[in-house]
Design a protein around this ligand. Structure first.
Ligand code: MN
Length: 191
C-alpha cells in the first residue's frame, strides 16, 4: 500500500495572515507531497516495503529515512496548527512545562530561540523524555526525536521553504507567526 499525502486539517486560507494560502499550497501540496512520492518510489524491494511510517523513521537510513521522516515531520507540523485553536496550554501540560522550564514564557522563549538559531535546515522540537520531564531540542535536516526514544509533542519546521514566500529571510518573524497558530489542545492530547 503506498503512503498517501494526509489532508490538511483546515482550509488553505485558515492560517492567514500568519501563513498564507500560497505557502500552504507549496509547503503541503508540493514539498510534503514530494516526500510522500519519493518514499513510495524508494521502498519497493527493500526491507521497508511493508513497514509503517514510524518504523521507517526509527530504523531506516539514507534516502528512505530522509523522505520517510520528512513525511512524518510535516504531518506532525501541519496537525499542530489551526486557525481557531486553543492558544495556551492548561492543566497537566501547563504544570509540566512550568516544572521543567520555570514558566510558560520562559518555555516559549527557549523554543523560539531553538527554532531561530538552528543552523541551516531542520526542526525545533518540544519533546517528553522517558522520565516525564520536558525538553526542547534541535534536529538538522529530517531529524526526528523518535530515533532517540523521545516522545515528540510539537515541532517547528525551519527549512526555508516553510517561510520564504511569506517572510523571505526573516525566520524569527515566521517563528513568532507559527507560535500564534499552535493549537495547544492537540499538544495536550499528545502529552
Ligand atoms: Mn517543510
Amino acid at each position: 500500500m503506498p503512503f498517501l499525502l494526509p489532508e490538511l486539517p483546515y482550509d488553505l486560507t485558515d492560517l492567514s495572515p500568519f501563513i498564507s494560502m500560497e505557502t500552504l499550497e507549496f509547503h503541503h501540496g508540493k514539498h510534503h507531497k514530494t516526500y510522500v512520492d519519493n518514499l513510495n518510489n524508494l521502498i519497493p524491494g527493500t526491507e521497508f516495503e511493508n513497514a509503517d511510517l514510524e518504523t521507517i523513521v526509527r530504523k531506516a537510513e539514507g534516502a528512505i529515512f530522509n523522505n520517510g521522516a520528512q513525511v512524518w515531520n510535516h504531518t506532525f507540523y501541519f496537525e499542530s496548527m489551526s486557525g481557531d485553536g486553543k492558544r495556551k496550554p492548561s492543566g497537566a501540560l501547563l504544570m509540566a512545562i512550568e516544572s521543567s522550564f520555570g514558566s510558560f514564557d520562559n518555555f516559549m522563549e527557549q523554543f523560539m530561540k531553538a527554532a531561530v538559531t538552528l543552523f541551516g535546515s531542520g526542526w525545533a522540537w518540544f519533546v517528553k523524555n522517558n522520565d516525564g520531564t520536558l525538553q526542547i531540542t534541535q534536529e538538522s535536516n529530517a531529524g526526528n526525536p523518535l530515533r532517540k526514544g523521545l516522545k515528540p509533542l510539537l515541532t517547528c519546521d525551519v527549512w526555508e521553504h516553510a517561510y520564504y514566500i511569506d517572510y523571505r529571510n526573516r525566520r524569527a518573524d515566521y517563528v513568532r507567526a507559527y507560535w500564534e497558530l499552535i493549537d495547544w489542545k492537540v499538544i495536550e492530547e499528545r502529552f
